[in-house]
Design a protein around this ligand. Structure first.
Ligand SMILES: [Zn+2]
Length: 158
């Protein structure tokens, strides 16, 4: 079911999300469906949106959902940077669809996570997807792109 996306300023977006327990796995399917439906509805309206974090629909759990050609569910992701290379990017967010924020992100990352069968998975990402997952991962720690703005001139309305 499509859910309301919490918008910039909503205090729930600044909360730390808690890890998923293995015992919760069997009850996750409806939440993943909600994330999917909400992402697709946003995409139909704004022609953007590749991934969504559970806290953006008010569920403070460490779950990310990405849909690019096929769905990927990241449960309890752990992100680490590979190397020191950084890049400046214009970041947007489903929680502030008309705003762009210039931020600095790492070029390459490693992400470890559990899948829907509770198997450990690993992804090495760079560029575009690296940026995307760093953005989504921040949501789990209550961090929005606005908090990572390079300086006070880094905000642009679309
Ligand atoms: Zn976001």
């Amino acid at each position: 079911m499509e859910k309301e996306i919490l918008k910039l300023g909503n205090p729930k977006l600044y909360e730390m999300s808690s890890p998923v327990e293995k015992t919760e796995l069997s009850q996750l399917a409806p939440l993943i469906q909600d994330l999917h439906d909400t992402l697709i509805a946003f995409r139909n309206q704004y022609h953007a949106g590749r991934a969504i974090a559970a806290p953006q629909i008010g569920i403070q759990k460490r779950i990310l959902y990405m849909y690019i050609n096929q769905p990927t569910v990241f449960i309890n992701p752990v992100l680490s940077f590979i190397g020191d290379e950084e890049m400046e990017v214009m970041d947007d967010c489903m929680s502030f669809p008309n705003l762009l924020v210039k931020v600095r992100r790492h070029k390459k990352i490693r992400i470890l996570y559990r899948d829907m069968e509770w198997n450990e998975q690993e992804m090495l990402l760079e560029g575009d997807l690296s940026e995307l997952l760093q953005h989504e991962y921040d949501h789990l720690d209550g961090i929005l792109a606005t908090m990572r703005a390079i300086d006070k001139y880094s905000f642009y309305m679309k």
